[in-house]
Design a protein around this ligand. Structure first.
Ligand SMILES: *[C@@H]1O[C@H](CO)[C@@H](O)[C@H](O)[C@H]1NC(C)=O
Ligand SMILES: *[C@@H]1O[C@H](CO)[C@@H](O)[C@H](O)[C@H]1NC(C)=O
Ligand SMILES: *[C@@H]1O[C@H](CO)[C@@H](O)[C@H](O)[C@H]1NC(C)=O
Ligand SMILES: *[C@@H]1O[C@H](CO)[C@@H](O)[C@H](O)[C@H]1NC(C)=O
Ligand SMILES: *[C@@H]1O[C@H](CO)[C@@H](O)[C@H](O)[C@H]1NC(C)=O
Length: 464
């Protein structure tokens, strides 16, 4: 190419560009997807390119494909074009741009639209570390993990303004990968509901199915509900466990949390009655994992705010240590109120704590540290002065400090009878006994006297 020709060409190009700008390029179109840009596999989506009135032809380009990917000529020159996909598949996922031709020339390209298709891979799991219960102003880490070797994870926050964050996955141990998303500071007046997805580096717009939703709970200050276990705080494995949360504040939903637990079961109350409401949480068949400290919270179904936590309830799972302690009583199983009673719980093997529970009592069991004495580990539970309220059936258990919610088998039951008699009753009773004895003596005396009289008169008669 001669230098003159090159110069002429450059001149021509720049003149051409200038004339296009001077004529006024048509406005930049906008590109939108309905119902959204994250579409479940198999669902329909409408992609709309919004231009200006009089546009004659619309082009839709998809990154990685030779342009134009699709074209549309509106029958009457119109201000927009709609590209419909009736069944979205992985092939539709990608980055799109659109532009159009108007009498004044071609428009520039719209901003890109990322169309994400979800569903071809199984869902990852989402959990909150250390707990989904976060104090107001606190921070939490959300862990998204999967065994499918995803290269990336995406965390989305549901709500008015859908937000999302993407992180490369951390580790690959036998296909296991995860990402840790720091979240916070958390405030009580917003919804904190999240889901996460996994994807591969080679096609970042194809995501897995969404994880189950995870709602963070920020305890507030409104009246705390109360929490109790229907069958008492000590349960045996295999038994059904139901925890009841109740309140007179009229909450219409309750949530149950377990210390160190990852999930946060919730229950809606359908008809709060006269301000009283309650919800039962069925925790299935008891296993060792059910042992722990529980709390519940009340809330209103259309609000993100929660109550103050209930008092903690410790659920203890019995029969988890091979040991069965023995329970004995001093001075005996029948005592008089006012006396001192000592229940002695003993074990042959090393134990850290002994617990004493009374059948039918809603209170938590008494707990004492173990002492080593006479080749036994033991604890003495004393009641002084004993009252009739202490009467009942007792059992004791042992536990180790490494697993404080797992107990031994129960001891044999011990029935304590407290005689309701009062020291004063004794004297009165004795007086009555004395009185009765006296009366009998008097009657006997009278009878003897009469018998003697009788005999005398007989003698007198025979003597006549
Ligand atoms: C796409 O547009 C068509 C025509 O307006 C409409 O019938 C259909 O419901 C739309 N689909 C979606 C997913 O919005
Ligand atoms: C939460 O994190 C922010 C920054 O990420 C920090 O400034 C703040 O002190 C943290 N709050 C708590 C309670 O740790
Ligand atoms: C992307 O990579 C994953 C695993 O590395 C593979 O299973 C998948 O088929 C790949 N997808 C594409 C579109 O290449
Ligand atoms: C536990 O509950 C289930 C269903 O509610 C019931 O079928 C089962 O018999 C219960 N088991 C025990 C041990 O009570
Ligand atoms: C919230 O609870 C009220 C009654 O307490 C009920 O009428 C309403 O349908 C509930 N809303 C939702 C979204 O569950």
């Amino acid at each position: 190419m001669t230098p003159i020709l090159t110069a002429l060409l450059c001149l021509g190009l720049s003149v051409g560009l200038r004339t296009r700008v001077q004529a006024g390029t048509p406005p930049k179109p906008t590109l939108q997807a309905e119902p959204g840009s994250v579409i479940p596999w198999g669902s329909p989506v409408n992609i709309t390119c919004q231009g200006t009135l009089g546009a004659e032809e619309y082009h839709l380009d998809k990154e990685g494909n030779t342009p134009p990917w699709k074209t549309q000529k509106p029958p009457n020159p119109g201000d927009k074009a709609m590209f419909s996909i009736t069944r979205t598949t992985d092939n539709d996922a990608g980055r799109y741009r659109c532009y159009y031709r108007s009498p004044s020339g071609w428009s520039e390209s719209s901003d890109p639209l990322e169309l994400v298709v979800t569903g071809p891979y199984r869902k990852p799991s989402l959990s909150a570390l250390p707990s989904p219960v976060v104090t107001s102003g606190g921070n939490v880490t959300l862990q998204c993990g999967s065994g499918q070797g995803f290269d990336r994870f995406i965390l989305t926050k549901e709500g008015e303004h859908r937000l999302s964050w993407t992180l490369d996955s951390q580790q690959h141990i036998r296909g296991q990968s995860q990402a840790l998303f720091p979240v916070g500071p958390v405030t009580p007046n917003l919804w904190w509901t999240f889901r996460c997805y996994g994807c591969y580096r080679n096609s970042t717009q194809v995501w897995s199915q969404p994880s189950d939703p995870l709602e963070l709970l920020v305890p507030g200050v409104s009246g705390k509900p109360s929490l109790l276990a229907q069958q008492g705080p000590i349960v045996a494995s295999g038994q059904n466990l139901t925890l009841r949360c109740r309140s007179d504040v009229g909450y219409d939903r309750f949530a149950l949390s377990k210390e160190g637990g990852q999930d946060l079961p919730q229950s809606l109350v359908l008809q709060p009655q006269a301000g009283l409401s309650q919800a039962d949480f069925s925790l299935d068949t008891v296993s060792t994992s059910h042992g722990g400290r529980y709390r519940c919270y009340g809330g209103h179904n259309l609000s993100s705010e929660w109550s103050a936590p209930s008092d903690p309830l410790d659920i203890l799972v019995a029969g988890q240590l091979s040991d069965r302690p023995s329970l004995t009583v001093q001075p005996g199983t029948t005592v008089t109120s006012g006396e001192k009673v000592t229940l002695l719980c003993q074990s042959q093997t090393l134990k850290d704590t002994f617990l004493l529970s009374k059948e039918g009592a809603a209170d938590p069991p008494l707990r004492l540290p173990s002492h080593h004495r006479a080749q036994q580990f033991q604890a003495e539970f004393s009641m002084s002065p004993v009252t009739s309220a202490h009467g009942g059936t007792y059992r004791c258990y042992s536990s180790l400090s490494t697993a404080p919610y797992l107990l031994s088998h129960p001891s044999e039951p011990l029935e304590l009878r407290v005689s309701a008699s009062h020291p004063l009753d004794y004297t009165v009773e004795n007086l009555i006994r004395l009185g009765v004895a006296g009366l009998i003596l008097v009657v006997l005396g009278v009878l003897l006297f009469q018998a003697q009289n009788c005999q005398t008169s007989i003698h007198q008669e025979t003597g006549v």
